[in-house]
Design a protein around this ligand. Structure first.
Ligand SMILES: NNC(=O)[C@@H](O)[C@H](O)[C@H](O)COP(=O)(O)O
Ligand SMILES: [Zn+2]
Length: 426
């Protein structure tokens, strides 16, 4: 006899990091208010950066009915809430393997990477204050609005060209390393090229403020005096981020070393553990393995762990286009909606976008694991197939769906009704 409900509304928790959009300009604030109107009031001066949905203890998601933490509901009925296959595969009887978020970004996030499982265990054991769990944190971003980010190292020929033509960059890296990098860029030895890239990155990241701050100021002036040297987009990006973090090391390790990736709404990118990145602007859905381990090194007032970051990165280098993740069809549903499955090459999560452009319905087969669904646009209903009780499903509403629960989404919008559903299957 199942004690746990198979479909119910939940309330996520917000993180007010400084880089979030302010007040109701933030999708995080709007969704949080719409989903919990009696308890959420929006402070228009306050940044609302992230809306967390999951069972990570740092920000509990609770049931809308009586505000019981979702983690407690899972712990009380793990097989109904997770499914035995998920319990066997991930080894937990209280945690959903993924963490699902909405991010609404006003200022650039930190230049960061996330550890793999081995490094996460070491960091959590040695520094639990800065590394709150022992899990890896591969992640995927799906653009809700147009979105820009730094994502992975630029192709080496691009970095070499910038080293050759931008004096401040060459001075920060040093003639010796810049020359060695230039002579090695064309080699077929990938491991050797990664070592050269690490040398360049290490010189940048280990330079003292007394050295990089004046060089950063001179770099910004050069983008104004000679924008063609950088190209319009890069010159503008450096000036824009300098206005947010004046003379920051991120102007070198982000703007000059990392790919500047622009995603149109609906496009996505996947970040392996130990890939350097930083989100710059826009609203996104983000899904990740259930972790909050962030190794930071630039564009942030938070704790920076430069030595760990320089030491742990994979130093892979790919063109921007290779960083994007293309959606696939989702065959396990029938109805009137457009379905896009974002399915990265890791076990913890996939995300399904369901979009109606008018009234209609979509029936989904049950999934072999837990899922969390959020409505980001429009108005509709969600119900268990074959049941009478339909729940309001409008912008901001979030739902937990138990394994094998076959649901139906009904659009009541005469135009767009969009939802994102993060799920994990064994
Ligand atoms: N790439 N995105 C993420 O990893 C998010 O899930 C993290 O929560 C944010 O990066 C945290 O950024 P700050 O540490 O505040 O700079
Ligand atoms: Zn990240």
């Amino acid at each position: 006899m199942s004690s746990a409900p198979k479909l119910f509304r939940v309330i996520g928790g917000a993180q007010n990091y400084d880089w979030g959009k302010l007040g109701s300009t933030s999708a995080v604030a709007r969704f949080a208010k719409l989903n919990d109107p009696e308890n959420v009031s929006i402070d228009e001066e306050k940044p609302y950066a992230e809306l967390w949905m999951g069972t990570h203890p740092s920000v509990p998601t609770v049931s809308a009915q009586d505000r019981t933490p979702l983690r407690d509901l899972v712990r009380a009925a793990p097989e109904e809430m997770l499914g035995q296959e998920i319990i066997d595969k991930f080894g937990s009887k209280e945690g959903i393997p993924f963490l699902f978020k909405v991010l609404s970004i006003r200022k650039v996030l930190s230049i960061q990477a996330h550890p793999d499982k081995t490094l996460a265990r070491q960091l959590h054991a040695s520094d639990p204050k800065h590394y709150p769990d022992d899990n890896h944190k591969p992640e995927m971003a799906i653009a809700i609005t147009d979105f820009e980010a730094f994502c992975g190292f630029r192709p080496l020929a691009e970095i070499d060209a910038l080293l050759q033509k931008i004096p401040e960059f060459r001075e920060l890296v040093g003639d010796d390393v810049a020359t060695e990098f230039h002579s090695g860029v064309g080699s077929a030895d990938v491991a050797g090229k990664k070592r050269l890239l690490q040398k360049v990155f290490s010189r940048v990241m280990n330079s003292p403020e007394s050295k990089f701050e004046p060089l950063a100021a001179s770099l910004v002036e050069r983008t104004k005096a000679d924008p063609q040297l950088f190209g319009e987009t890069l010159a503008d990006l450096i000036q824009r981020l300098d206005a947010q973090f004046p003379n920051d090391i991120g102007l070198f390790c982000g703007c000059l070393l990392l790919n500047h990736c622009i995603l149109k709404s609906g496009e996505a990118m996947f970040l392996e553990a130990k890939d350097p990145h930083a989100y710059i602007s826009g609203d996104i859905m983000e899904c990740m393995a259930a972790s909050d381990n962030v190794i930071r090194a630039g564009f942030t007032p938070k704790f920076k762990d430069v030595e760990v970051l320089v030491d742990c990165l994979t130093y892979s280098f790919n063109p921007v286009e290779e960083q994007k993740l293309n959606p696939a069809p989702f065959p396990r549903a029938t109805g009137d909606a457009e379905l896009k499955l974002y399915d990265p090459p890791i076990d913890e999560f996939s995300v399904l976008q369901t979009t109606f452009t008018s009234a209609g319905s979509e029936k989904f087969e049950g999934l072999d694991g837990p899922s969390l669904l959020i409505v980001t646009e429009g108005k509709g209903k969600v119900k268990l197939q074959g049941s009478d009780g339909a729940l309001d499903a409008s912008t901001g509403n979030v739902f937990f769906v138990a394994p094998r629960a076959a649901i139906e989404l009904v659009s009541e919008s005469k135009d767009t009704f969009t939802s994102y559903r993060a799920f994990c299957e064994a």
